[in-house]
Design a protein. Sequence first.
Length: 243
Amino acid sequence: MANGAGSIVVLTGAGISKESGLSTFRDPDGIWARVRVEDVATPEAFARDPERVHEFYNMRRRRHREGGIQPNAAHLALARLETEWRGAFLLVTQNIDNLHERAGSRNLVHMHGEMLKARCARCDSVREWHEDLGLATACPACGRAGDMRPHVVWFGEMPLEMDRIGAALAACDLFVSIGTSGNVYPAAGFVREARGAGARTAELNLEPSLGASLFHQASYGPATRVVPEFVASLLAAGAVPAG
Ligand code: BJW
């Protein structure tokens, strides 16, 4: 253990934001039950029908803009863990919402991008973006219209900050996966990487994920219950439990 308390990496997915009123992807009432991945979440879909893809993200961005979506007890518990933990801590989220930062998390990686940012595919500049995007939207940096896109990672694209994540996983003593089904790589492979580094692994989810057998311990239930419980017991212990 690099320091007395131990290094923690937490991975979150859509399940942690479900009780804040945001949909997951693969649950029966999830986003992929309403729209096809191939129509909205690939570079090919964007090339084929950019207005359709813009509308999908504009709708989701509007929900955030209109308010009413608030961080829940699970987001708040992870912010508390970051503040009170004496060792290293990195929160990696697959979510493109901003609920972790609004809860107070700071050491945070959005590996699949951020809904409230836009990127120019021509000059690569990334800006905070709260309005609708469309083909007529001009890039504030280079002035070109037609090349603005949501700053999100679609299937077939490289997730963000993989070097930083890889380094944290290689050094971690505890890896915790929260609210993710384990369908999407490379995030679904992090538990193996952490185990390879000798870390203890824990899953907090509504139900066992695809990779459930890879975790040393698990707690199943809604995130607003199981995450605060887990954080409280970890902080009470003060160090990553051995073995
Ligand atoms: C609760 C709860 C409550 C509910 N409390 N819990 C063949 C084999 C292996 C890999 C591949 C393959 N072919 C292609 C690939 C790679 C591909 C991939 O993984 N495909 C698989 C589907 C097969 N991956 C990629 O293309 C990625 N890029 C990549 O691999 O680059 C190359 C590379 C190589 C080497 C190293 C590194 C990189 C990019 C993936 C991009 C994902 N994009 C999306 C959409 C964009 C963002 C957006 O619009 O929001 O990201 S897809 C969607 O899935 C979204 C999510 O972030 C992601 C993960 O979903 P998540 O969070 O797990 O949600 P759900 O719905 O699946 O699960 C929710 C869970 O919560 C459930 O378990 C519930 O039970 C639980 N739950 N209520 C607690 N109250």
